[in-house]
Every structure is written in C-alpha cells, then in structure tokens.
Design a protein around this ligand. Structure first.
Ligand code: NAD
Ligand code: IPM
Ligand code: MN
Length: 349
C-alpha cells in the first residue's frame, strides 16, 4: 500500500468550501485502492495573517516541503482591505510557495465539456493547455519606486527572463504537445518587449528543432485574446510567460464554462519539491461562506494531482465523474456541497 503525504491549504473565502469537496472526491476516487492520503492541514492565508501576523513562516515552509503534494483552495482577503495592505498575501504566501518550491510549470488545461453553457455561440472543440511559466517574468519582485507619493514618482517592475528558466518550461511544453495534439503556440509580445521576446522566440525555435513532429506557431498576446474567443479550437499547447499566462487563463476559463471549472497545477517536474494543485480562481469574497461556489475547479485540480502522482486511473475516474456531472447539470442550482456529493457519488466502487 502507498501512503501519500498531502499538505492541504484551504485558505480564505471560498477556499475552505471548495477544498472540502475536493477532499471528498479525492477520498472517493481512492477508496478501496491501496492508496491512502496522510493529510496535514495548514492554516494559511489572510485569516491567519490577521490573527497572528504571519503569512508563511520558515517552519510552515519546511513542513510543507516534507509532503508529496499540496492541495490549495484560494488565498487572499477582500481586495482593498486596509488591514491587509502590508501583508500582500499573494506575494508572501502564494507566490512564495510557487517560487520556493520551484513550480516552474503552471499547468492550466481548458476543455469545453459537453453540455457546458459557455458564452460563445459556436465554440467548436476546445481542448488546450496553457503552460504558463511560474517562477520568472514580472512576478519576481524585481522592482522598486523612487520619489514615492510625489508627482515625479517612478515605479519599475522588471520582467526577469532567463535562458535557463525559459528553456525548461518550453521543453515541458513540447514534451506535452508530443503527447497531445502536436502543436505549440508561443504567446508573447515580441514586437514591443524585444529583449524578453528574443529569448522566448529563440528558445522555442531551438527546442522545435528537436520536435519535428510538433507544429509551432506564434501569436502576439493581444491577438491571442481574439483567437481564444473567435477560434479557441486552434490551440493545443500554449506556452507563455507568467503574466500573459495569468491573464490568458482567466479568459480561457471564461470561454470554457466559467472560472468555476478551471483547474491548475503548479508543477515542479523534477520532483525535487512537492507540486501544488489549486483552482485558477481566487477566494471570491463576494460569494464566500454562502455555499455558492462551484467546487468543480478544485475537484478537477485533484485529477491533475492524481495524474502527477502517477495514479492515472483514479485521475481519469475523477475527470469522467465531473464530465458526467456537468452533462447532467442543466440549469439546476446546487450548493457547493451538493456538487461535491454528486461527483463523489459517481465514484463509489
Ligand atoms: P476571484 O477569482 O476570487 O473572483 C472573480 C469572480 O469569479 C467573482 O465574482 C467570484 O465570485 C467568481 N468566482 C470565483 N471562483 C468561483 C467559483 N468557484 N464558483 C463561482 N464563482 C466563482 O478573483 P478576485 O475577485 O480578483 O480575487 C479575490 C481574492 O482572491 C484576491 O485577494 C486575489 O488576490 C485572490 N486570488 C487568489 C488566487 C489564488 O489563491 N490562487 C487566485 C486569484 C485571486
Ligand atoms: C492566479 C492568481 C495569482 C497569480 C495571484 C493571486 C498572485 O491570479 O493563480 O492566477 O497572478 O498567479
Ligand atoms: Mn490569475
């Protein structure tokens, strides 16, 4: 039998509500198998910060590193809450985890499941994955401001792109495309961001040489947003930087039935650190505590988690249960727990 040490970070807002359902499904998917989850719950997020002043201590981080994988709900308080002004939970917790655990692949699949009411009149077949770089770009905190608060303030937020960092994520994207539709689209803004753009284009060109079967194309990020709406079926694997990937994946979620369905994995492919699985959405303070959140994104994130652990049958079973649930949904309004229960029930052996 195999024991998987799972760190669970429910977080803030709807985080704990959707994670409860994800855990239900994870347990149902592995019930009767020889896999069990040994879970440690970490109380992290805005609520913890307001109580103790801590975002992520060295002890928290060390303890999390001792796990095989991480399941996270969402973190972050109400945008604009003055008490959180100095905390920056997003940087101090979420990004710190992604950086410290070297989650250089932020994997965000988008698939339009049959029966999902989407905003597009003629969506076609949508099934692509955004491979978003997770450790570099404008996210690294390489910035600063001078003459703060004056009319002459200057604020810089420099995007960091290293050949090492770009190459490893581009390689991952090509390997993934080999196992999927054999197409990689680089999304960037090389016409304006010429220095960063030049690294990305060059590396994609070089790695493409090693993958003659994989078709390669390029889109500027602004044009990519057009095609994500007018012809999302054209995409297989999109590889892009941290910020473009963030923006594109909310849009991708919206065109495939809403952010309540969008799952993600923050992957350390080398296995040196635990990978972390979480819905693409945030803590949704506007609906928190009301059992209104759709837990499907968190549940589909557990499918990514199971896949990452090599438990492919369980992963497929979760995906299938979600697919069936979505097909049967219609326009029924169900609570967060009702959705989780319905999906878990489809997994009973
Ligand atoms: P958000 O994703 O939390 O919410 C955007 C909109 O989508 C809201 O109207 C919300 O009600 C809706 N929504 C989100 N998830 C849903 C679900 N599962 N079911 C139904 N509706 C859902 O984005 P935001 O409002 O920009 O951010 C709120 C907080 O979350 C901020 O503090 C932000 O920094 C943080 N955040 C955290 C993460 C994360 O933990 N990974 C991701 C994004 C935002
Ligand atoms: C996401 C979120 C995060 C990001 C924020 C909360 C730091 O928007 O996971 O998409 O920008 O990566
Ligand atoms: Mn985002």
């Amino acid at each position: 039998s195999r024991v998987v040490k799972l760190a669970v970070i429910p977080g803030d807002g709807i985080g704990p509500e959707v994670v409860a359902e994800a855990e239900k499904v994870l347990d149902a998917a592995t019930a009767g198998s020889d896999v069990t989850f040994d879970k440690t719950r970490f109380s992290l997020g805005a609520a913890r910060y307001l109580e103790t002043g801590d975002t992520l201590t060295d002890d928290d981080l060390a303890a999390i590193k001792g796990h095989d994988a991480i399941l996270l709900g969402a973190v972050g308080g109400v945008p604009g809450d003055p008490r959180l002004k100095d905390a920056n939970i997003e940087r101090g917790l979420l990004l710190k985890l992604r950086f410290e655990l070297d989650h250089y692949v932020n994997l965000r699949p988008s698939k339009l499941y049959p029966g999902v009411p989407g905003p597009l009149a003629a969506p076609g077949d949508i099934d692509f994955v955004v491979v978003r770089e997770g450790t570099e770009g404008p996210y690294v905190g390489n910035g600063g401001a001078i003459r703060k608060g004056t009319p002459h303030e200057v604020a810089n937020e420099t995007s960091v792109n290293t050949a090492f960092g770009v190459e490893r994520v581009v390689r991952y994207a090509f390997d993934l495309a080999e196992r999927r539709g054999k197409k990689v689209t680089l999304v960037h803004k090389t016409n304006v961001l010429v220095h960063a753009g030049s690294i990305w284009s060059r590396v994609v060109g070089e790695v493409a040489q090693e993958h003659p079967e994989v078709a390669v194309d390029y889109l500027h990020v602004d044009a990519a947003t057009i095609f994500l709406v007018t012809n999302p079926g054209r995409f297989d694997v999109i590889v892009t930087d941290n910020l473009f990937g963030d923006i594109l994946t909310d849009l991708a979620g919206a065109v495939t039935g809403g952010i309540g369905l969008a799952a993600s994995g923050n992957i350390n492919p080398d296995g040196a650190f635990p990978s972390m699985f979480e819905p693409v959405h945030g803590s949704a303070p506007d609906i928190a505590g009301q059992q209104k959140a759709d837990p499907t994104a968190a549940i589909l994130s557990t499918a990514l988690l199971l896949d990452h652990l090599g438990l492919h049958d369980a992963a497929d079973a979760v995906t299938l249960a979600v697919e069936d649930d979505i097909a049967a949904r219609g326009d029924s309004i169900r609570s967060t727990a009702e959705v989780g229960d319905a999906i878990a029930a489809r997994l009973q052996p």
